[in-house]
Design a protein around this ligand. Structure first.
Ligand code: ZN
Ligand code: ZN
Length: 135
């Protein structure tokens, strides 16, 4: 079995591990991801819930935006964006790839919500682009 992929927030209060393989990875350019990340995109990947373990810091995680689409789960101490999707519910866990301490192996495969991107956000790769969510 491969070693678990480790991840953490900026302050280290939240730590987690994931068993590969990952299901998918993408750059989301929607206005919510942009505001939450403070930059052009949230780059995120997904695994099945059974492949994810929260090792430390559950009490530090705050969930923003329930009922408004994909949630934004972040560390209340350092502000790191950590999880999205339906956190902490649902069959899959959506993880911000910037939180990984190890190479997760998977690479971003497509762009979503490109019609919502910032005027200064220029896509320079050849990955598939979707105007909103992937269809
Ligand atoms: Zn933190
Ligand atoms: Zn988004």
């Amino acid at each position: 079995m491969r070693k678990p992929i480790r991840g953490s927030c900026l302050c280290g209060g939240v730590r987690f591990e994931v068993d590969p393989p990952f299901l998918q990875a993408n750059h989301c350019h929607c206005d919510r991801c942009r505001k939450h990340s403070g930059t052009a995109v949230c780059t995120q990947t997904r695994v099945l819930k059974e492949q994810f373990r929260l090792v430390h810091g559950e009490e530090l995680i705050k969930v923003y935006g329930r009922g408004e689409g994909a949630v934004k789960a972040f560390c209340t101490n350092c502000g790191s964006s950590l999880f999205g999707g339906d956190w902490p519910d649902g069959p899959q866990v959506s993880i911000r790839m910037g939180a990984f301490d190890d190479d997760p192996g998977i690479r971003p495969q497509f762009h979503t919500f490109v019609d919502s991107r910032a005027p200064w956000d220029t896509i320079t790769d050849d990955l598939p682009q979707y105007s909103e969510r992937r269809t």
